[in-house]
Design a protein around this ligand. Sequence first.
Ligand code: ZN
Ligand code: ZN
Length: 94
Amino acid sequence: MTIEYLESIKLLGMKHYGFGPEEMKKIKVCKSCGAKSGATETVCSTCGELLSNKTLYDEYKGRHVYCKNCDTVLAKDSRFCPQCGHRIEKLEVE
Ligand SMILES: [Zn+2]
Ligand SMILES: [Zn+2]
């Protein structure tokens, strides 16, 4: 697999939420080279960089609004979760 291929997968996931939370929780992305690793890995197998303990899902949640009820990542202006219908509270900005 090429880096471009992995990048395109990553972008797809970010843009279209191509894989679900369960998948994202199993993945870590190397900040240095962009390679994907398993959530239990501590060092990137491609470049040897130390991986953070955050999974792709943690990173994703850190940058997006998500439903507290079902963990679905939402659009910024969502009022209700499209997945479970949970009402989204006024956004808490950290
Ligand atoms: Zn790497
Ligand atoms: Zn929900």
